[in-house]
Write a protein that binds this ligand. Sequence first.
Ligand code: ATP
Length: 206
Amino acid sequence: MIGIFGGTFDPVHLGHLRTALDVFEALGLEELRLVPLGKAVHRAPPRFSAELRLEMLEAAVANQPGFVVDRREIDSDEPSYTVHTLESLRRELGDEVPLCLLLGRDAFAAFHTWREPERILRLAHLVVMERPGEALYLETPLEALVEGRITAMREELVRAPAGRILFQPVTQLDISATDIRARLDAGRSVRWLVPEAVLPLLETRR
Ligand code: ATP
């Protein structure tokens, strides 16, 4: 079973990494692919360049076995839609291997607004990471998508390549890239919010 964790990673922080590691261990994933966003569709362009976000991510996970940085969105000229990223991964990995798309609760709350959510659920399972400070309220279209798919059992994810939704409790770290960028703007330290290996990259290239 392979995990896919997409994000802007602008910059990568310990909230991303610790929670991804929690899921990696809890679900016994063989591999976790971190996919930095290429061309933003739903949000303002990132502060840091694609190459720097990639470099920071690579430095961050260099010592973590099983964690792989996947540059397919950054290398593509197309706008980054998760459904296309998953189709591209399926072409590489085949139809059989279970794929788990990791996303935070905030991202999940808007899942029905993504491009082709039903198709995403035919391509991957969803693993929703509980993020601090967010109550789960499912809007009706999301409720309809989720209907009959929720499971608490890892085995159900292993048995099918896609289509289930699992809520995974993770270490609660109230860290966001927005807050990190604000601290950098104010000339404050971001030590112990981002991996130590990322600090020099932020210092020299901001
Ligand atoms: P920004 O503040 O710029 O919006 P972010 O910190 O939310 O960024 P993203 O790269 O946009 O980071 O997030 C990628 C994914 O990681 C999303 O699914 C998001 O919900 C999840 N995530 C980010 N920070 C945390 C955290 N502290 N705990 C759990 N999940 C997180």
